[in-house]
Design a protein around this ligand. Structure first.
Ligand SMILES: Nc1ncnc2c1ncn2[C@@H]1O[C@H](COP(=O)(O)OP(=O)(O)O)[C@@H](O)[C@H]1O
Ligand SMILES: N[C@@H](CCOP(=O)(O)O)C(=O)O
Length: 288
């Protein structure tokens, strides 16, 4: 059996939407399944990533269907690894897709979302990787409730540092508990963000994106440049700046057509990484 599909990268949190909100963007993990083989073989040029059944894509497929027959798979990706652009979520979604196709499970998107969230632990990246667009979700440890929404017309500028940061390490600096007052403030900010996005009020959305109470403050020591980029971005009229996923990428939401200019101007000052201009992916995981 041969098939090909791709999964978009995702940018999670948008500030206060910690573990809940994410958006699909137009960088892709492309997977070609070439046919049966004596053992699992994954061809790729992604550096330190396994080529056998220990590869996250394959280990995920085998978690879904342990008896899945081995295949030869060719993977290419323009999603940077461990940079806060959801590479592991895209790999998990790809693994579920492989299991679904080879074993003819006929899973619905909602079933794929439930499985992916269980594996990843939170739905904010896997949901937009599956559905495309902006997705707001909640997960109670058992089932996931999601709303897929279109964003107003904006572009994204990402500062992707040269140095990686594993999500696990960046979650390690977060507190066990939040004071009740902080939690209430954080929830109000997140609610207002979603309402502003739905009404297309990008100025208020930007203000809320930068008012997170849940995680950015704790992670600042891992991403000291966040504050400086945010300040510089304000001078360029950017709507809002946030830590993409667990970082280290810093994401800016920018008025359409200004993104290239913002990226160019910031790249003269922030030189220990690259700037990428992205658009929303409105489709999510799809067959090629
Ligand atoms: N396409 C892929 N194939 C196999 N493993 C992958 C792939 N993409 C990501 N991974 C694994 O996920 C790790 C990064 O996950 P994580 O720390 O959550 O960062 P990210 O923000 O990129 O999701 C990589 O170091 C690699 O082990
Ligand atoms: N809500 C998570 C999102 C992690 O996203 P990733 O792209 O860094 O894997 C978090 O902030 O830890």
């Amino acid at each position: 059996m041969q098939f090909e599909f791709r999964v978009p990268a995702t940018s999670a949190n948008l500030g206060p939407g910690f573990d809940s909100i994410g958006v699909a963007v137009n960088l892709y993990l492309t997977v070609k399944v070439l046919g049966e083989s004596n053992s699992w073989v994954v061809e790729h040029n992604m550096g330190k990533v396994y080529h056998d059944e220990r590869n996250l894509i394959i280990s995920t497929a085998l978690k879904v269907v342990p008896t899945l027959k081995p295949h030869k798979v060719v993977v290419s990706s323009d999603i940077p690894l461990a940079r806060g652009l959801g590479s592991s979520s895209s790999a998990i979604v790809a693994g579920i897709e492989i299991a679904d196709k080879i074993a003819n499970l006929k899973l619905t998107k909602q079933q794929k979302l439930e499985i992916a969230t269980k594996f990843e632990g939170h739905p904010d990246n896997v949901a937009p990787a599956i559905f495309g667009n902006l997705v707001v979700s909640s997960y109670d440890g058992n089932s996931v409730t999601s709303i897929v929404a279109k964003l107003p017309r904006v572009e994204f500028v990402a500062y992707v540092p040269n140095k990686s940061l594993l999500t696990k390490e960046s979650r390690g600096v977060l507190p066990e508990l939040l004071p009740f007052k902080t939690a209430i403030e954080g929830s109000a900010v997140a609610n207002t963000l979603v309402a502003a996005l739905m009404m297309g009020d990008l100025d208020k959305a930007g203000k809320m994106i930068e008012s997170d109470r849940f995680h950015e403050h704790y992670r600042e020591k891992l991403v000291p440049y966040l504050k400086d980029i945010r300040e510089a971005a304000h001078l360029l009229g950017v709507y809002g700046t946030y830590l993409s996923g667990a970082g280290p990428t810093v994401m800016m939401i920018v008025q359409e057509k200004f993104a290239a200019r913002v990226a160019k101007q910031l790249s003269t000052r922030f030189t220990d990484g690259k700037f990428l201009v992205m658009k929303v992916d409105e489709v999510g995981c799809r067959e090629e």
